[in-house]
Design a protein around this ligand. Structure first.
Ligand code: COA
Length: 269
């Protein structure tokens, strides 16, 4: 599929009736600079998101980095050194928009953390819905050791993902943790040997992609949208998301498939 200088896009799976719908793998093509974040790469990510949001057949996105050294080493510090204040501000705006865009995608996004995820790299993974890591990787938010603080949502999304105390343990010490600790913290929910990460991410994608697309979208909205609401408001939101599923052909298909003792074939309608 389409490949730019910054991103490789591969369409995987789908096709056979009853098979999980298509999955896309988006790979950051920046191995020599450890897949660090450039402005062009963020613009490329925004373009991928716009296309995915309009693609009703696409069920799940896997986001990963080229090579096995880094998922993403944060901001490209060499590009940063050439930027003036206004350009740095523009970069941060683009980063914020790109990460918010990932969160807002109708499809679930899986971060396949193939190597180090540091600073903006971990923030990128935190904007994904699910995270699976290769054993042997390291993740962390080193910013306070560099005279700054996480500026791509790290202080907020990390605390929301793993709780305030654990987020403070990582942010205030600036330490890097391995996959075992990341797993224990719930920062990632699965880990695999490095050679098996692609397979593990695809397996997770398949487990998600076989479900009803409208249900996936509504469940993601209900969890993300309700997390910080008072419980009663959150339950109202869940109910609205639930009601939308009742109108779908896929709900009828699931009931029919159950009666006929077969797997449902979902169309996303
Ligand atoms: N921006 C730009 N270039 C980067 C980079 C970054 N954030 N991180 C690594 N690189 C470059 C290095 O400068 C080096 O380039 P060179 O070959 O021109 O010298 C190349 O990537 C390889 O780096 P190296 O450190 O040798 O790779 P490694 O595989 O041993 O280690 C990391 C990978 C990611 C663990 C290590 O590079 C690292 O810790 N990077 C800094 C992460 C960081 O602090 N990010 C900023 C957070 S605010």
């Amino acid at each position: 599929m389409a490949t730019s200088r910054e991103w490789q896009v591969e369409r995987l799976g789908g096709g056979a009736p009853g098979a999980p719908g298509p999955v896309e793998r988006w790979t950051i093509l920046g191995e020599p600079r450890r897949n660090s974040l450039t402005l062009a790469m963020l613009h490329g990510l925004a373009e991928l998101q716009a296309r995915a949001a309009a693609d009703r057949a696409l069920r799940v996105v896997i986001l990963t980095g080229a090579g096995d050294r880094a998922f993403c080493a944060g901001a490209d510090l060499k590009e940063r050194a050439r930027m003036g204040d206004a350009e740095v501000a523009g970069f941060h705006r683009a980063l914020r928009d790109a990460l918010a865009g990932l969160e807002a995608l109708p499809q679930p996004v899986i971060a396949a953390i193939n190597g180090a995820a540091l600073g903006g790299g971990l923030e990128l993974a935190l904007a994904c819905d699910l995270r699976v890591a290769a054993e042997g990787i390291e993740v962390g938010l080193p910013e306070v050791g560099l005279g700054i603080i996480p500026g791509g949502g790290g202080t907020q999304r990390l605390a929301r993902a793993i709780g305030v105390a654990r987020a403070k343990d990582l942010v205030l010490t600036a330490r890097r943790v391995d996959a075992v600790e990341a797993l224990a913290y719930g920062l990632v929910t699965r880990a695999a040997p490095p050679g098996a990460l692609r397979e593990a991410a695809l397996e997770m994608a398949g487990e998600v992609a076989r479900n009803a697309p409208v249900s996936l979208r509504q469940a993601k909205r209900a969890i993300d949208g309700g997390f910080h609401l008072p419980l009663e408001e959150a339950l109202d939101l869940e109910n609205r998301m639930y009601q939308d599923c009742l109108q779908t052909k896929d709900r009828v298909e699931a009931l029919k498939a159950f009666a006929e003792k077969r797997r449902p074939v979902f169309t996303g309608e």
